[in-house]
Ligand binder design. Structure first.
Ligand code: SF4
Length: 301
């Protein structure tokens, strides 16, 4: 079937980059879910990964460094009918954008956040990113990495994401299915995607991941918390599983549970929010503004 979610824009990722697999998985997932192109908004920050909004045939925003997620949240709040997907690299999302990552978990908007995780700032010549393991001496660095890494799965679990998963750019079937599950999930979903950078990271390569990644759920892990149950026990078990990083690395969904979305909580404060779509509200009638500014100002004073 013709993939109607790909654009004709020339792709300038390096040959063999893991980003290609993510592009394929994302566009196939959108096609499978039959979401009309015009109902999807994709936001990216700055980095190799964040060029993907140019390559997917949907509404797209190529934003500022670390600001992909917050732009996506703004779109979702303004028009909850849209399917919003934000993407970041690990440098973009877990470095300068890390405060937004935490805040988004606390809000629990109904949207998806994908992190293209390769351990480096690829666009700026391979500096160590927040996920590069301690003491790793990849070819783009003069010396070994002297910083300890952040664990994106752990951070997402602690921040309140209600769907947290890891997948792999060279396993398109697994990644496509994980993206579909994340989009279907009602709440804030995060997918940390292992995405080898073939140009700068010669340690966390395809061979590295092919040997180590195993399917968490096929090994007996059930990520789902039953509706109404307290998720805290499962969250603490998922944190333990997220610490596994060595000869074996788990991939799959670590947790999935339901919690009131931001829109549901907001609707208790703003009359009509969630039932009336803000962007479809008329702002004028016969050329005259609908809002009574004088009334608004009087109530303010
Ligand atoms: Fe991909 Fe690395 Fe090249 Fe960027 S520098 S396009 S992440 S291979």
């Amino acid at each position: 079937m013709h993939n109607t979610y790909k654009t004709n824009v020339e792709i300038d990722w390096c040959p063999g980059c893991g980003d290609f697999g993510i592009l394929n998985a994302l566009t196939l997932a959108l096609q499978d879910l039959r979401i009309p192109n015009e109902n999807v908004v994709l936001t990216g920050g700055i980095g190799c990964s964040s060029k993907i909004p140019h390559y997917v045939n949907v509404y797209a925003l190529h934003t500022l460094h670390g600001r992909s997620l917050v732009q996506g949240e703004a779109v979702k709040m303004a028009n909850p009918e849209l399917e919003v997907i934000s993407v970041s690299g690990d440098g973009d999302g877990l470095g300068i954008g890390s405060a937004h990552l935490v805040a988004a978990g606390r809000r629990n908007l109904d949207m998806t956040y994908m992190i293209f995780d390769n351990g480096v700032y690829g666009l700026t010549k391979g500096q160590a990113s927040p996920t590069l393991p301690y003491k790793e001496n990849i070819k783009s660095l003069e010396t070994e990495n002297i910083k300890f890494p952040v664990n994106p799965i752990f951070l997402a679990l602690a921040s309140g994401y209600t769907f947290v998963a890891r997948s792999y750019s060279y396993n398109i079937k697994h990644l496509k299915e994980t993206i579909e599950r994340a989009i279907r999930h009602k709440g804030m979903a995060l997918i940390d995607i292992m995405q080898p950078c073939v140009t700068y990271n010669n340690i966390n390569t395809k061979e590295f991941y092919d040997k180590r990644l195993y399917d968490l759920e096929a090994s007996g892990w059930n990520p789902v918390v039953n509706k109404g149950d307290d998720p805290s026990v499962k969250i603490s078990q998922a944190v333990q599983r997220s610490m596994e990083w060595g000869d074996k690395i788990p991939m799959g969904v670590f947790i999935q549970y339901e919690r009131e979305t931001y829109a549901e909580r907001l609707s208790t404060l703003i009359h009509g929010y969630g039932t009336r779509n803000m962007v479809k509200e008329p702002i004028d009638q016969n050329g005259k503004p609908v809002a009574n500014i004088q009334e608004v100002m009087e109530s303010f004073f």
